[in-house]
Write a protein that binds this ligand. Structure first.
Ligand code: MG
Ligand code: MG
Ligand code: MG
Length: 309
């Protein structure tokens, strides 16, 4: 049975390129595997599109239902972020860099999770451990993913391992200037022109269970907050709309990658709880939080504490 390698829903560049990377590694080890993603090619985020394009990587095929399939998960291990019916799938491998989620298996599997900034960094080690050369195009994708996930090394999730992986991967991929690559990605990613507010909200969005309360957290990484000045009301309306769908709170991180902080937009049943979580004060519907770059390492842990998880 072909192993479908798939990343989380609302795929980011790491989810997509790690699926390509792990599928390539499994193929090189004689296994039948293919890269998949939880998105149509059209709906893929603009940064990931640009990265696949630049390195000449094939767009992974869409998977929506995992029932009866053999799957490998990359960049997540939460059921909430999996294709439908993941409990009826045979999960044979997980490679990740997040907190351990709630996917369970009936058999022992290869499970490799490391506290590093990107799945690409873990995969780079796995290729080396296996003594297998990373194909040039695949290395380009993994390199781009590390720059994306670590926000060009600025995210608090970034580790020395990520920097070392970038140094190795850029040689394999033939990329001389990673700054140029990062800025090109940022430009593609942060382009909001003509994109509906709801699509922007879901561009990099995850739902979390906070002690029984459903909390959604989206993030837009921007070169400047000015990029969204004209569409703030539209974004707020989109947040209110999805909050009405059974959520306690919806947060949108408008992250200024250059200033290294986040304007956190909040729609909540309990705004005071969110203020407490971030030790801030909402001015209208948002608050600036200096140094906030990472949903995983800053936003979610603070929310979990405030919600008493
Ligand atoms: Mg990811
Ligand atoms: Mg990742
Ligand atoms: Mg990410």
């Amino acid at each position: 049975m072909t192993i479908c390698v798939v990343g989380h829903s609302n795929p980011d560049t790491d989810s997509v390129t790690a699926a390509i990377g792990l599928a390539a590694l499994l193929n090189a080890q004689g296994q039948d595997a293919k890269a998949c993603m939880q998105s149509t090619a059209d709906a893929l985020n603009p940064e990931s599109k640009m990265v696949l394009d630049r390195f000449g990587l094939a767009v992974p095929e869409e998977i929506t239902d995992a029932a009866g399939k053999t799957v490998a998960l990359v960049d997540f291990s939460d059921k909430a972020q999996a294709p439908a019916n993941i409990s009826d799938a045979d999960v044979v491998t997980i490679v990740d860099h997040h907190k351990i989620g709630d996917v369970t298996t009936n058999n022992p599997i290869l499970f490799r999770n490391e506290p590093v900034g990107c799945t690409g960094t873990v995969l780079n080690k796995m290729f080396k451990d296996a003594g297998i050369d990373i194909p040039k195009d695949v290395a380009g994708g993994m390199l781009a993913a590390i720059l994306s996930d670590t926000v060009n090394f600025k995210s608090p999730t970034c580790t020395d391992d990520d920097k070392a992986a970038v140094a190795e991967l850029k040689k394999i991929a033939g990329v001389e200037d990673t700054e140029e690559l990062f800025m090109a990605m940022l430009k593609a990613k942060s382009s909001v022109d003509g994109v509906p507010a709801k699509d922007l909200l879901f561009r990099d969005y995850k739902d979390f269970d906070m002690k029984g309360s459903k909390v959604g957290v989206g993030q837009l990484e921007l070169a400047t907050l000015d990029q969204v000045a004209a569409i703030r009301e539209d974004l707020l309306a989109a947040m209110k709309e999805i909050k009405a769908d059974g959520r306690h709170s919806v947060l949108l991180m408008l992250t200024d990658v250059v200033k290294e902080g986040t304007d956190l937009v909040v729609v909540s049943d309990d705004p005071a709880l969110i203020e407490k979580a971030f030790d801030g004060k909402l001015a209208g519907t948002s608050m600036w939080i200096d140094g906030m770059m990472s949903r995983k390492k800053q936003t979610v842990p603070n929310l979990q504490k405030a919600f008493g998880c």
